[in-house]
Design a protein. Structure first.
Length: 131
């Protein structure tokens, strides 16, 4: 037969929660991926930044912060052209020293209005052979 009333309520609740989760994922403004996440010093890392198109996107910035030395680097900011901008951007940082880092990407929809920020940790390990 048919499902009981409590079971139907539970199924409806689960469906609504899954729809909210998908909606939240679809509205992500920006994501960043660092490749590789672990590298030997001096390390070269590549960022892949994905930006969801929006008519009000005006620029984005990428960079990194070093946890060990408290060094901040905003390596690149680039103007966006709303929904006509590319969705994926690539940048490479070369010869980073030993330490723990956090990559970030930010999208702005007005000169000082942050629309979204993404972060990913990565690490530069001691060189092989201890040199």
């Amino acid at each position: 037969g048919s499902l009981g009333y409590p079971v139907r309520k539970l199924l409806i609740l689960l469906f609504c929660l899954s729809a909210l989760q998908v909606k939240g994922m679809a509205e992500d403004v920006v994501s960043v991926r660092v490749d590789p996440a672990f590298q030997y010093a001096p390390g070269n890392v590549r960022y892949v930044t994905r930006i969801t198109p929006h008519k009000d996107n005006i620029y984005y910035c990428v960079g990194w912060v070093s946890e060990d030395a408290h060094v901040y680097e905003r390596a690149s900011c680039q103007q966006l052209n709303g929904i006509y901008s590319p969705r994926t951007f690539y940048i490479e940082f070369k010869s980073l020293g030993l330490g723990n880092y956090e990559a970030f990407a930010e999208v702005y929809r007005a000169p000082n209005r942050l629309a979204g920020r993404a972060r990913q940790a990565f690490r530069i390990l001691p060189p092989l052979g201890g040199q």
